[in-house]
Design a protein around this ligand. Structure first.
Ligand code: PMV
Length: 327
């Protein structure tokens, strides 16, 4: 690793959780995939204070698509935690800018993608390269400010992309399904609060511990079966597993009317299965529409059915040979 460079850059993918959100907080595995939408960060040292007023683009601090640390206390605290993690980096004369095409606050892993992109940009500015453990430590410090006790699944998906099985104890285990599959993502139109939804599930766990333990074990089984289904390219089976996980999540109080409508509409339009993805309470729905390579006809039908009801969405392909997910 060399000394400090002129500029550092970093990118990270957004993510979708296919199965196991919320359960993953309690140690159960989750299945997540990276998507092509993501965020890019640039980091550089700004001019000395006296020269700053004349220099364009020379404000120190972090700007995430128009939100700057000078105006947002939580963002400032998360950025400070990221810079302080591991080998501390001085932030006084550091400028970092984040841009990209990921929608914030809907379960697509915006916060984790921002954290990983920023950590990569800062590490490559300071060290000339971005080692995974250093990036991960910085990103988790950021995520703790936003989410309290994150399971780490979002950070792992943003770091690695592709398909991962994730548990708190074992971390991420990437795997490669033999064939590509296609997903549609539908926007409910309202934001999702991860902390509020995690708290709602915790209340249910306290109120009905025996039922919750049994359902956690069931989610663990669904994730194991989903990985086996993906390895055998049994997509109809995978769709049924998504539907069952949605039923359990609804029972935990994190689904909404809009999520239910999006799921039902997707299935009626030919999706093999559909569920909320991420914390729920709003945010996005993921629908499994089938194998890649049918020119996206199934995906078009689902997106069109959602559009007729006033819901936006996009398609993304995941798995073997998908270097860049199509939309
Ligand atoms: O922040 P979201 O919406 O991607 O949800 C994160 C997934 C949860 O399982 C709900 C929380 C966690 O820390 O894993």
């Amino acid at each position: 690793m060399g000394g400090e460079r002129q500029r550092g850059e970093g990118r990270a993918s957004g993510k979708l959780i296919l199965l196991g959100e919320h359960a993953v907080v309690y140690g159960v595995p989750a299945l997540a995939v990276g998507i092509s939408r993501g965020l890019e960060a640039r980091a550089w040292r700004v001019a000395a204070r006296a020269e700053r007023s004349a220099a364009p683009d020379a404000r120190p601090g972090l700007d995430v698509i128009g939100r700057h640390t000078s105006e947002d206390a939580t963002l400032a605290a998360a950025y400070a935690a990221l810079l302080a993690a591991g080998e501390p980096v001085a932030g006084d004369d550091l400028a970092v800018r984040v841009h990209g095409d990921l929608t914030p606050g809907v379960g697509l892993g915006f916060s984790a993608a921002a954290a990983v992109a920023i950590a990569r940009a800062v590490e490559s500015l300071v060290h000339g390269g971005a080692a995974v453990p250093a990036v991960q430590a910085r990103a988790m410090a950021w995520e703790r400010v936003f989410h309290g006790n994150p399971s780490g699944v979002d950070t792992a998906a943003a770091l690695l992309g592709g398909c991962i099985r994730y548990t708190r104890a074992e971390g991420p285990r990437p795997f490669d399904p033999p064939a590509c599959f296609e997903l549609c993502v539908g926007f409910t139109g309202t934001a999702a609060s991860t902390a509020a939804m995690v708290a709602r599930v915790a209340e249910l766990r306290n109120a009905e511990p025996a039922r919750f333990e049994a359902e956690l074990a069931e989610v663990g089984g669904l994730v194991a079966q989903a990985i086996a289904a993906l390895e055998r390219s049994e997509l109809a089976r995978l769709g049924a597993l998504l539907d069952r996980n949605q039923g359990l999540l609804a029972g935990w109080g994190v689904s909404t009317d809009a999520i239910d409508v999006l799921c039902r509409t997707a299935r009626a339009a030919g999706a093999l299965g559909a569920k909320l993805s991420g914390s729920g309470g709003g945010g996005v729905v993921v629908a499994l529409v089938g194998p890649g390579g049918d020119d996206g006809r199934a995906a078009t039908r689902v997106l069109e059915a959602w559009r007729r009801l006033g819901f936006g969405g996009f398609r993304t392909a995941v798995g073997a040979g998908v270097a860049e997910a199509k939309e």
